[in-house]
Write a protein that binds this ligand. Structure first.
Ligand code: ADP
Length: 538
C-alpha cells in the first residue's frame, strides 16, 4: 500500500540520518545517528503543542484527508525510514495507551533530550556516563513534580471541568469545551466503579464507546444513560418501543444447527424429506421455547436468527436483534444486568437483564439505531457524537478520548501539576540547583536534562508568537524566586500564574511523559550501531 504523506511538512529524516549499515565509524559517531532521526520527528510536531497549535493535513493511502493536531494521530499516519524515528513513534503509542494524553509533549521532550545529549557525546563523555546522569536527573525530576503537585477532589465538578478544559483547550473542540467536558466527565463517571478492595475500575476503551453519526449539530452530542447500537429489528412486526424490557443476550445462532463437516443425505422417499424438515423445525422451536419460557421482551444475539425463529419470536411478541458485535454485546450486558449465554438450554432467570428503562429503535439520517436508555447504574455507556462531517467527527472523537483519559487518570491518581510549561520549568530550575552537588563528568549530562525540560515552555512561547529568550528569562527568574506555579499563557505567549490562569494537568501524565522521554533517550543512547537485516532475495 502506498505510504500516507504529510502535506506542508518535511517528512523524510535528513539523509545523514538514513539507515546506517554496519560501517566502521567510531562508537560515538554511531550514537549520534539516532538523535538526528528523532529530532526530525520532534520537529514535525513541535508546532502542534499548546492552545495555538497548528493542524497537520495528512493524506491517507485511500486519498482521504485527516486534519489533526494530535501528536499521536499524526505520527501514526506517517511513514519514516529512520529506525530511531520509528522508535519515537512507538513512544507516542505507548504514551497514548498508558495515559491517553501528553503524546505531543513526550515526543518533543524525548527529541530535545537526545539533542542535548549530542554535545555531551562531542565532549567525549561515554554514553554510559550520560545514561547514568540522565537516570539520576530523572529520579530527581519525578520527586520535584510530586513536590509541586497539589491534591484534587474528584467529586468536585468545577475542579474536574477546569482540568479537562486544560486538556481540550489546545484542541479542535475547544470551542465546545463546556459540552465536551461534561460528556467526558459523565462517560468516565458512568464506567467507573468500585471493584472491591478499595480499587476503582475505569475501562473507557471497552465500556464507553463513542458512536459518530454525521449530521445534526455538535451541540446535539450526548452521553446515553445506557447503550446504543447500530442495529435494527430483524422483522417489521416486532415492537420498536418497550418500557422496562426483559432482555436476553446470546452468543449462539437461533438457526438449525448444521453438521460440522459437509453432509450429503440421499433421500428416496418424500416422507423422509418431510421428516428432515420437521426435525429442523423442532430443533428451532425447542430453542425458541427455552427462550420464551423466561418471558423476554428482547432477544439479542451475536449470531444469526433464522426466518423460522423470527416467526416464533414475533408470535410471542418478542423483539430480536441479530449479528450484534461482541464488544457491543458486552456493553449491553453491563448496562442492562444481563448475562451473555451461549447455549439456550442453560438460560436461567438470573441471566435476564432488567435494568434497562426504555428500549427504542430510532431512525437517524438513513439508518436505524437501537437505544437502550434509562438504565439503572449502567456501568457502560455510549457517547453519541453529532457533527457536520466525518472528518470533523473523527477529530472530535480523538479530542474526546484525550479528555476522557485525563478524567480517568485523575480518578486513579487525584493529583494535579501546573500546566503551561510551569512544571517543566520548575523541574529545570531545581535540577540546575541540584546539579551543583553532582560530582565529576556527570554534571554536564545532568544539566543537559535540566536544559531539555525548558523545551516545553519555549515551544509554548514560540507557538504563541512571542520571542522565547525574553519571556523564558523572566519565567526562569520567577521560578528561581520559588514561584513554581508560574507558566506560559499559551494564547498570548506571556508569563502567568497558573493558580489564576487555571491550566492544570494530571500528575500521572506529567510523570509518565518525563519518564518516557528520558528512558527512551537512554535507550537510544545505548545504540552504537544500526544494522539492517538481509532481505529474502539476497
Ligand atoms: P499533548 O498531546 O502533549 O497533550 P497539547 O497540544 O494538548 O499536547 O498541549 C499540552 C500542553 O499545552 C501542556 O503542557 C499544557 O500544560 C499546555 N497548555 C494547555 N492549555 C494551555 C494554555 N491555555 N496556555 C498555556 N499552555 C497550555
Amino acid at each position: 500500500m502506498q505510504a500516507p504523506v504529510v502535506v506542508m511538512s518535511m517528512l523524510q529524516p535528513p539523509a545523514s540520518g538514513l539507515l546506517k549499515m554496519l560501517d566502521k565509524t567510531s562508537t560515538n559517531n554511531a550514537c549520534k545517528t539516532p538523535s538526528r532521526g528523532t529530532a526530525s520527528v520532534a520537529d514535525i510536531i513541535r508546532s502542534c503543542l499548546g492552545p495555538k497549535a497548528m493542524l497537520k493535513m495528512l493524506l491517507d493511502p485511500m486519498g482521504g484527508i485527516v486534519l489533526t493536531n494530535d501528536g499521536h494521530a499524526i505520527l501514526r499516519e506517517i511513514e519514516v525510514a529512520h529506525p530511531a524515528a520509528k522508535s519515537m513513534i512507538e513512544l507516542s503509542r505507548t504514551q497514548d495507551e498508558e495515559v491517553g494524553d501528553g503524546t505531543t509533549t513526550v515526543i518533543i521532550l524525548a527529541g530535545e533530550m537526545l539533542a542535548q545529549a549530542l554535545p555531551q557525546l562531542e565532549r567525549n563523555i561515554h554514553p554510559v556516563q550520560i545514561i547514568s546522569a540522565f537516570k539520576r536527573a530523572l529520579n530527581d525530576a519525578l520527586q520535584i513534580v510530586e513536590d509541586i503537585s497539589i491534591p484534587v477532589d474528584i467529586n468536585n465538578d468545577k475542579a474536574m471541568y477546569t482540568l479537562i478544559q486544560s486538556s481540550i483547550g489546545t484542541k479542535f473542540v475547544s470551542r465546545w469545551s463546556e459540552l465536551m467536558c461534561s460528556l467526558a466527565l459523565r462517560a468516565v463517571r458512568t464506567v467507573s466503579f468500585e471493584a472491591g478492595g478499595g480499587k476503582r475500575e475505569v475501562d473507557i476503551k471497552r465500556y464507553a464507546r463513542v458512536e459518530k453519526i454525521p449530521g445534526g449539530e455538535i451541540e446535539d452530542s450526548t452521553v446515553i444513560d445506557g447503550v446504543m447500537v447500530n442495529k435494527d429489528i430483524t422483522h417489521p412486526k416486532m415492537r420498536r418501543r418497550i418500557e422496562n424490557p426483559r432482555i436476553i443476550l446470546l452468543d449462539c445462532p437461533l438457526e438449525y444447527k448444521k453438521g460440522e463437516s459437509q453432509t450429503n443425505i440421499e433421500v428416496t422417499k418424500e416422507d423422509d424429506w418431510n421428516r428432515i424438515l420437521e426435525i429442523e423445525e423442532e430443533q428451532v422451536k425447542h430453542m425458541c421455547d427455552a427462550i420464551l419460557a423466561l418471558k423476554p421482551d428482547v432477544v439479542i444475539t451475536e449470531k444469526g436468527v433464522s426466518d423460522l425463529a423470527q416467526h416464533f419470536l414475533v408470535k410471542n411478541n418478542v423483539t430480536a436483534l441479530r449479528r450484534v458485535r461482541k464488544t457491543d454485546n458486552n456493553r449491553i450486558a453491563r448496562a442492562t444486568g444481563a448475562t451473555i449465554v451461549n447455549r439456550v438450554d442453560d438460560l436461567q432467570e438470573s441471566d435476564v437483564g432488567t435494568r434497562c428503562g426504555l428500549f427504542e429503535i430510532e431512525k437517524i439520517g438513513d439508518e436505524y439505531f437501537t437505544f437502550m436508555r434509562k438504565c439503572q447504574d449502567p456501568k457502560a455507556c455510549t457517547v453519541l457524537l453529532r457533527g457536520p462531517s466525518k472528518d470533523i467527527l473523527n477529530e472530535i472523537e480523538r479530542n474526546l478520548q484525550d479528555a476522557m483519559a485525563v478524567a480517568r487518570n485523575v480518578i486513579f491518581h487525584p493529583r494535579l501539576s501546573p500546566g503551561g510549561g510551569a512544571t517543566e520549568m520548575a523541574v529545570s530550575v531545581k535540577l540546575h540547583q541540584l546539579a551543583k552537588s553532582v560530582e565529576g563528568v556527570q554534571q554536564w549530562p545532568y544539566k543537559a536534562v535540566a536544559d531539555a525540560m525548558e523545551v516545553i515552555p519555549r515551544t509554548l512561547i514560540e507557538n504563541g508568537g512571542q520571542s522565547p529568550i525574553r519571556v523564558l528569562t523572566s519565567l526562569r527568574a520567577k521560578h528561581v524566586e520559588g514561584l513554581t506555579s508560574w507558566g506560559i499563557d499559551g494564547d498570548k505567549g506571556v508569563i502567568v500564574d497558573m493558580k489564576e490562569y487555571g491550566v492544570w494537568e494530571p500528575e500521572a501524565i506529567k510523570l509518565q511523559s518525563i519518564k518516557t522521554a528520558v528512558e527512551s533517550a537512554c535507550l537510544l543512547l545505548r545504540v552504537d550501531d544500526i544494522c539492517s537485516a538481509k532481505s529474502a532475495q539476497q
